[in-house]
Design a protein around this ligand. Structure first.
Ligand code: UPG
Length: 454
């Protein structure tokens, strides 16, 4: 393998500090694995709460990653959605000290760089105090980061903060660098309500960003070139796209869980894979409509029902599909039988859908997911939207039934066009992580940066 040339005697010690959440830990893990593959002298200390170590500690991992824990001083993952702003506060106020104590204990060799999730607000502060460079790791789209750092521009246009109103919702935001013209209704509601509260909590993280030494985007440059270019010109430090940080290296797994065996028996591109993410869920009434609509469409499905597997199995008894509580998502998406992905549009899922070349039915629930859905449907044109045009109403089963049938029809003109486009984007993503792709080139440049002796 063409590895980067290392300076002798210099072992690079990366301390990885993800935000405690599945959609953040997964790409950070995959990034560390990629770093280890490219640099035989690198070691990684991966920092998790004790609870998260319990969730993922038994997963196979390379030798040169060791886990270190922070005490369980924040609300459990199992209930964090109940009080999300309280969860953010706890991370902000309770984990900085234990993290510093942990850094004190890492002396052989001492940390070379901290790679920290951008939302871990104190990481840049800690790194600056200790003269350890911090690479800020942003797990959402570059486009939404541009929106977040431009709340002043939104305010200047009367779009932030503001109360919801029908007329405003149709106004078009066309002045944010890297963001294609977008109706206010398709942006996360950072301008009012709960998302506004969450945004205010996270705003200090965007202000800290300029004090980092590197910025890392877990995506392919070609998916959002304008937004990435904006950050490259904004900051006087390096900005890297790493290629999609999804577990494509693990696709050759030989195990055959029941749901893969079931997929093996289904016709090509016939199955709708449904996953609503690992964090929030929809109301019971809305779920009933979704279940009814999918069932009546007659389309075969593989459904990940987090937390409510038994109930869902009962509701879908006798219909054309399988319900599981968890699956190896990328492997499922890459299976020939899967022809569509009903997704909540978490950024990892979005990248996984694109990488697999599977068109998406978008059903965003919160935060960046609304803009991801808009990019899927309008910018990349690789999906259709399930959500009603009015955010207060949910879509009824009859509409869902018709939409699912239309979406899964690979023979219609729109179906063919959507599939052609997603295959093109899939090729771009595959290219970026291929042997000669931009991902390795960028990761090697990042490694050269962090291992150079100053
Ligand atoms: O049965 C399942 C379900 C999910 N996953 C994986 O879990 C991850 C989920 O990540 P993502 O799609 O990003 O969803 P969330 O966990 O909801 O992500 C949070 O973090 C993301 C990245 O910051 C944000 O974009 C989202 O809005 C936020 O909810 C993906 O890698 C999936 O492959 C599985 O492997 N099996």
């Amino acid at each position: 393998m063409d590895l980067i040339k290392q300076q002798p005697f210099r072992t690079c010690h990366v301390v990885a500090m993800p935000w405690p959440g599945r959609g953040h830990i997964n790409p950070m893990t995959n990034f560390c694995k990629r770093l280890l593959l490219r640099d035989p002298n690198l070691i990684v200390t991966f920092v998790l709460t004790e609870e998260w170590l319990g969730f993922i500690g038994s997963d196979p991992k390379p030798d040169r990653i060791s886990f270190a824990t922070l005490p369980n001083l924040i609300p459990s993952e199992l209930v964090r959605a109940n009080d999300f702003t309280g969860f953010i506060d706890a991370i902000y106020t309770k984990l900085e000290k234990p993290f510093e104590m942990l850094l004190d204990s890492l002396s052989s060799p001492p940390p070379t760089v901290i790679i920290s999730d951008t939302f871990v607000v104190w990481a840049v502060r800690v790194g600056t105090r200790r003269n350890i460079p911090v690479a800020s790791f942003w797990t959402e789209s570059a486009t939404i980061l541009s929106l977040f750092v431009h709340s002043d521009l939104l305010a200047a246009h009367g779009h932030f903060p503001t109360e919801p109103s029908e007329s405003k919702e149709d106004e078009v935001v066309d002045y944010i660098p890297g963001l294609s013209p977008t109706r206010l209704r398709d942006l996360p509601e950072i301008y009012h309500g709960f998302s506004h509260e969450v945004f205010n909590k996270f705003k200090p993280c965007f202000d800290e960003l300029s004090k980092a030494k590197y910025l890392l985007f877990p995506s392919a440059y070609e998916l959002e070139p304008k937004a990435v270019d904006f950050f490259t010109s904004k900051f006087d430090f390096p900005v890297y796209t790493t290629g999609p940080l999804i577990p494509f290296d693990e696709l050759s797994d030989v195990s055959e869980p029941e749901y893969i065996k079931w997929l093996d028996g289904q016709p090509e591109s016939s199955v709708l894979y449904i996953s609503q993410g690992s964090f929030l869920s929809v109301s019971e009434a809305e779920m009933e409509e979704i279940v009814g609509g999918v069932r009546e469409s007659g389309v075969p499905f593989l459904w990940v029902a987090r937390g409510g597997e038994l109930k869902m199995k009962k509701a879908l008894e006798g219909s054309a599909g399988v319900v599981v509580s968890w699956c190896d998502q990328l492997r499922v998406l890459c299976h020939a039988a899967v022809g569509g992905f009903w997704t909540h549009c978490g950024f990892n899922s979005t990248l996984e859908g694109i990488y697999s070349g599977v068109p998406m039915l978008t059903f965003p629930l919160f935060w960046d997911q609304f803009l991801n859905a808009k990019m899927i449907v309008e910018d990349w044109r690789v999906g259709m939207s399930v959500k009603s045009n009015k955010k207060t109403e949910f879509v009824k089963r009859e509409e869902i039934k018709e939409l699912v049938k239309r979406f899964m029809d690979g023979e219609s003109e729109e179906g063919k066009e959507m599939r052609r486009r997603v295959c093109d984007l899939s090729e771009i993503c595959h290219g970026s992580v291929s042997k000669t792709g931009s991902s390795d080139v960028n990761i090697d440049s990042f490694l050269k940066d962090i291992t150079k002796i100053v």
